[in-house]
Design a protein around this ligand. Structure first.
Ligand code: EPS
Length: 358
């Protein structure tokens, strides 16, 4: 089995490979009546795109999204919204040398074991190229959440390698390629990434995120808890190795008197729960944190095997991000938006919050 769909009422399906002709998605269940343009979707896509700074892969895709269905005269119709983007800057010859080689730390190994066939060009379906469509669909979900519930979602770089960063001024995260609100530290991050790129090595990152104005009551105990589905969504992003909700693993060393978020006059005095208690939102900000591993495609030789089991040293050429985690920031936001919107629709369906007119 493969599994390229998520969501219960708002269902997202993506298709396409990194070096195929086209990538795309179908977003089914989206409510009718919301205005949306390709330009609005693109304004989110450019935030994720490679080739925007010297710190990312230099593959330059235009990411000109086409709305193929589900939108008529600029308004969603309630029918499946299909979006496609043509791949125009794939350079498959970069992969000829490693067509039979397994990159250590890469999907190459596990996909080969599972499927026994491989699209080695740019990692095929395992490529971060697929996440483009999540951001495209997320652009619609973000707009709907804001228009209907005033919900905003922001993610930011909280750690790059061993450099920890405070949140800073989150209104400024789009001013640098780092998605940081601490603009004065951008030169330090530039220097770090320049040295890393020269060394040929890669590094991990931590992305924090929060959703503001999330209503209380979202989440479906016990197997559809909001935190469980957010964690699933985050773990589905390429290179994710860990997800924390609220205090996350810090909760291990906290006492109950510290961790519990006391309530005074119907106001929480802290938010260690990350806005979710027992899998259901509390009305506080929903907060989470995601750990991304270092990129596995490296030009520094690494010991491995080829698909026939022979010992080899792999060297990956091509255009790779020394830190994939940085560019994951808009993907985290998009996945959060899609999960929250699905949960609002599910909550409204079960509780009949918006009853059909007689
Ligand atoms: C990627 C490898 C690179 C990146 C790509 C993700 O692809 P290629 O080797 O074909 O240049 O450029 O990122 C994108 C194209 C994108 O849009 O994010 C990988 O192995 O995940």
């Amino acid at each position: 089995m493969s599994h390229n769909t998520f969501g219960k009422i708002l269902r997202f399906t993506s298709f396409g490979e990194s070096h195929g002709s086209t990538i795309g998605c179908v977003l089914d269940g989206f409510p009718p009546g919301m205005s949306i343009t390709a330009e609005e979707i693109k304004s989110q896509l450019v935030r994720r795109a490679s080739g925007q700074s010297r710190h990312t892969s230099q593959r330059k895709e235009k990411d000109d999204v086409q709305i193929v269905s589900g939108v008529f005269e600029g308004v969603t119709t309630g029918h499946p919204i299909a979006l496609i983007i043509e791949n125009t800057d794939a350079r498959s010859k970069d992969y000829t040398n490693i067509a039979k080689q397994i990159r250590p730390g890469h999907a190459d190994y596990s996909y080969w074991k599972k499927y026994g066939v491989r699209d080695y060009r740019g990692g095929g379906r395992s490529s971060a190229r697929e996440t483009t469509m999540r951001v495209a669909a997320g652009a619609l979900a973000r707009k709907w959440l804001f228009d209907n519930y005033n919900i905003t979602i922001t993610a930011w770089l909280a750690q790059l390698g061993d450099i920890e960063l405070e949140a800073g001024d989150l209104s400024r995260i789009d001013e640098s390629p780092f998605f940081t609100g601490v603009i004065e530290r951008v030169p330090e991050l530039d220097a770090y990434m320049d040295a890393l790129r020269k060394s040929g090595d890669s590094v991990g990152a931590r992305i924090n995120a929060k959703a503001v104005n999330v209503p209380a009551g979202l989440g479906e105990p016990v197997y559809g808890k909001l935190d469980a589905e957010l964690a699933l969504a985050m773990m589905s992003i390429n290179a994710t190795k860990g997800v924390e909700i609220g205090a996350g693993f810090d909760a291990v060393a906290q006492n109950g008197t510290v961790h519990r978020d006391e309530i005074i006059d119907d106001e929480f005095t802290s938010n260690h729960a990350g806005g979710i208690l027992a899998g259901v939102s509390t009305g506080q900000d929903v907060t989470l944190s995601v750990a991304f591993k270092p990129t596995s495609s490296l030009r520094i030789p690494g010991k491995s095997i080829d698909i026939d089991g022979n010992a080899i040293e792999v060297v990956t050429k091509g255009r790779h991000d020394p830190c994939v985690g940085i560019r994951a920031t808009p993907i985290v936001e998009a996945m959060m938006a899609l999960v929250l919107m699905d949960h609002i629709m599910r909550h409204n369906a079960q509780t009949q919050s918006e009853k059909i007119a007689k």
